[in-house]
Design a protein around this ligand. Structure first.
Ligand SMILES: C[S@@+](CC[C@H](N)C(=O)[O-])C[C@H]1O[C@@H](n2cnc3c(N)ncnc32)[C@H](O)[C@@H]1O
Length: 209
């Protein structure tokens, strides 16, 4: 999702007091008003619908959203600004940097409708490639939990294979999330797919420390 430049992007980003810009020196443990609570991370948060709904639904959890493109992030901020949320922080960076930012602080990682990178030669760019899964290894506090949702069958299958190689156990799975019993908060992409009757794949993968 690479949206066109929005007019007041710089102003939105500069005025956002929940956007982390100094990723080298940020103290994650001292970031939130309510420190000590579990931190859940969404990588590829897009325009932020999932993060907002989750932060409202679970005020006892602190959320951090990562998005690669500042244009997209500025749109998310414009939306998040409409709520008074003290349990969201955002970072504009590539997922490849997460192990430079977090050291044993994350309780759960969400990968919602990540870019599928369908070509073989681009497989390594998938957010559940073995390379990325290795990058996530040290970000988790204790038990590693990854939750993935996708409309894309190939991405879903390769995620299962890679998670398995990295010794994760799939503890929940659905090939039709909307018609399952699994508790769910929808994302922007998900709403669009569901409105077109496209089935959503869901998995929860866990690995003990
Ligand atoms: C298809 S969109 C899904 C957005 C949102 N998660 C949803 O479900 O509505 C994927 C998002 O991930 C972001 N993204 C893709 N690769 C990324 C990476 N390596 N690091 C951080 N963000 C990334 C894209 O810019 C885009 O906003």
């Amino acid at each position: 999702m690479r949206l066109r430049n929005i007019k007041n992007k710089e102003e939105i980003l500069n005025n956002c007091n929940y956007l982390i810009t100094d990723i080298e020196n940020i103290k994650i443990d001292k970031l939130f008003k309510n420190n000590g609570r579990p931190i859940h991370l969404e990588i590829g948060m897009g325009k932020g619908q999932f993060l907002i709904k989750m932060a409202l639904k679970y005020p006892q959890i602190n959320f951090i959203g990562i998005e690669k493109y500042s244009n997209v992030l500025a749109r998310a901020i414009a939306k998040i600004d409409n709520y008074k949320l003290d349990n969201i922080f955002l970072i504009c960076t590539d997922a490849i940097n997460v192990n430079k930012i977090f050291k044993h602080q994350i309780s759960c990682l969400y990968l919602n409708f990540s870019d599928p990178w369908p070509k073989k030669k681009h497989e390594k760019r998938r957010l559940t490639s073995e390379d990325y899964l290795k990058v996530y290894e040290d970000i988790f506090k204790s038990k590693k939990i990854i939750i993935q949702k996708t409309d894309n069958q190939n991405l879903f299958e390769s995620s299962i294979i890679n998670l398995n190689k990295m010794n994760y156990k799939i503890t929940e799975i659905s090939l039709d999330l909307k018609n399952s019993e699994i508790e769910n908060v929808t994302t922007e992409y998900e709403d669009k797919f569901v409105s077109q009757d496209i089935k959503i794949n869901y998995l929860k993968a866990e690995k003990e420390d």
